[in-house]
Design a protein around this ligand. Structure first.
Ligand code: NAI
Length: 349
């Protein structure tokens, strides 16, 4: 019996994500919360002939608490998406630092406040649930959830995940395109580490399960890396004012949720990258800090999942010189994004 809850379920990501969770036979109950439209979304989904019972909730009458009651897994795509013009790097290979900052200045405080309020609800009603954060900027919203949970005395770092799966999905797809065979895409795994915005996204293409063609040129590698880092911009631009990456994100979110559900159900050996608190597993978390040469509290790395959530954080392994440069370039942004999230809740050390 698995109750999954989507917070922000009426949105561009929320609706297709709710559909994919409804299609997951392991989910037996689906709670949908948003500030608008959830009764309609729930009524629509409830006609689909899969096992789960679906309920829609709105804020009046403690709707958030009712939605969260008994939740095993909570996925959060609530918030405000990016808008065109906000985030297109003028130089696609090497965006300037000020362009990257502009990516996140506009909607940050709004999303931060939304995520904080939802985290309070989870801490009060479903403190043991696995929490999967999609709302951007993930590098800051995950620390926000953690700090709220700490205030309530219910923080378990094993159960909190920043969803970075879209970066992994894009990397697999783009590598398959380069190999000229999209049928490979579902099988290709590329670890994507670091964080979940711009230069903090570090695809370890040298570790792709299907290697890039031999002699793949360095400038092609840099273009591919940049395409993975800024894939969201490609979609925002193409949608031209009608939203950001919602369908691919819903797919990625449902994939990650399905992995967590399978691991919690006892399936062994499930590994997926995610942005986690490095205290989730002390030994492997400390080893990762040594590997990156920095005392960061959070990092995205391949995570072994189990019944309690994080079992261990996998090492980055052998990196090429180019990948080492990318990891080093990610660290300052990551550190400041994390600090921003922590400071937002006011627990800054
Ligand atoms: P959207 O605007 O289509 O949907 C957001 C939904 O959140 C709306 O239905 C809205 O009513 C709801 N919402 C707002 N305040 C709420 C509250 N206090 N409680 C519950 N629901 C609330 O936006 P979209 O495109 O679905 O994006 C949602 C978030 O996901 C954004 O922060 C976006 O940046 C992020 N995102 C994350 C990605 C990732 O890879 N992690 C990829 C793409 C987007």
């Amino acid at each position: 019996m698995v109750k999954a809850v989507v917070l922000g379920a009426a949105g561009g990501i929320g609706q297709p994500l709710a559909l994919l969770l409804k299609a997951n036979p392991a989910v037996t109950e689906l709670g949908l919360f948003d500030i608008v439209n959830t009764p309609g979304v729930a009524a629509d989904l409830s006609h689909i002939s899969t096992p789960s019972k679906v309920e829609g909730y709105l804020p009046p009458n403690d709707g958030l608490k009712s939605a969260l009651k008994g939740a095993d897994i909570v996925v959060i795509p609530a918030g405000v998406p990016r808008k065109p013009g906000v985030c297109i790097p003028q130089n696609p290979i090497r965006p300037q630092p000020n362009q990257l900052i502009s990516l996140f200045l506009i909607d940050d405080p709004i999303n931060a406040g939304i995520v904080r309020d939802l985290a309070n609800g989870i801490a009060e009603t479903a403190p043991k649930a696995f929490v999967l954060v999609i709302s951007n900027p993930v590098n800051s919203t995950v620390p926000i959830v953690a700090e709220v949970f700490k205030k309530h005395g219910v923080f378990d770092p094993k159960r909190l995940f920043g969803v970075t799966t879209l970066d992994v999905v894009r990397a697999s797809t783009f590598v398959a395109e380069i190999l000229g065979d999209l049928s490979l895409a579902p099988k290709i795994t590329v670890p994507v580490v670091g964080g979940h915005s711009g230069v903090t996204i570090v695809p370890l293409l040298s570790q792709s399960s299907s290697p890039l063609p031999s002699g793949f040129a360095q400038d092609s590698l840099e273009k591919l890396t940049n395409r993975i880092q800024f894939g969201g911009d490609e979609v925002v631009k193409a949608k031209d004012g009608a939203g950001s990456a919602t369908l691919s994100m819903a797919y990625a979110g449902a994939e990650f949720a399905a992995k967590v559900i399978r691991a919690v159900g006892g399936e062994k050996g499930i590994v997926a990258p995610s942005f986690v608190n490095l205290a989730a597993d002390k030994v492997s978390g400390e080893a990762l800090k040594k590997e990156i040469g920095k005392e960061l509290e959070y990092f995205s790395a391949p995570i072994e999942l189990g019944p309690e959530g994080v079992v261990s954080i996998r090492p980055l392994g052998n990196l090429t010189d180019y990948e080492k440069t990318l990891v080093n370039a990610a660290l300052p942004d990551l550190e400041s994004n994390i600090e921003k999230g922590v400071a937002f809740i006011g627990n800054a050390k």
